[in-house]
Design a protein around this ligand. Sequence first.
Ligand code: BTN
Length: 257
Amino acid sequence: MDQKQINSQMPEAYRLRAFDVLDSTNKEAIRAAEKGEAANLWITAESQSSGKGRRGREWISSEGNLFCSLLLENKKDALTASQLSFVAALAVYDTAAEILGSAEDIQCKWPNDILVKNQKISGILLESSGFGNNAPEYIIIGIGLNLSSYPKEALYPAVDFKSLGKDTTPKEAIGILAKYMAEYIRLWHKEGFHPIRKKWLKQVKGQGSEIIVKLPSEEIIGCFVDLDLTGALMLQTDTGLRLITAGDVFFPKLATD
Ligand code: BTN
């Protein structure tokens, strides 16, 4: 990617550093934070040699997809900062809608996946760096967008924009994503979690229905009731209400599927 050209596409107060190859854009953002670099920095790579997924999984990262991380300075407590995962999900949702030209088939899946036609098109990994006053000094929002390929053997069925008839380059995609991220971050700073939570719930799949949550040691089935004010999933099970803070959500197969 041509760095100068892309930088001109960045929203005001944001910068972009584009790499050909990195181990992981999240790792590079953490290194930048450790060096004391100024925040509001986007990092992109055309490919990653050890892309990180959620819950210690690998994120397959071959050329043609978007791999990026946003380094943000943090002044909130850790729980409040984790709301940025939903901020990022809304930005990816709007990015997908702009690329596809419609939001019709797009849904959010807890905690921060975006589905198109019930298939995962992106991944978001929030990390932090540096701890002062019991709160992280930096938040790193890592985002992978399946533009031209997707893993065939994934935990959750996946898809890419190319298969959906939309050819988009990483350069085009980062410009769109950075624009929506800046908008939703501004909204979150101004009005807090309330509008973010409300919008996310409007766009989520499965609220009010039975879902399956897979944790490393158990599988829980229950009704997805709501999202609490900290971003935890509220699941009504046979044994009572459970608050889920980590895990993978699946939907039961319908007889019509
Ligand atoms: C998931 O497992 O769903 C989250 C995947 C996040 C992948 C992105 S790609 C850019 C950034 N760098 C990484 O190493 N991971 C994130």
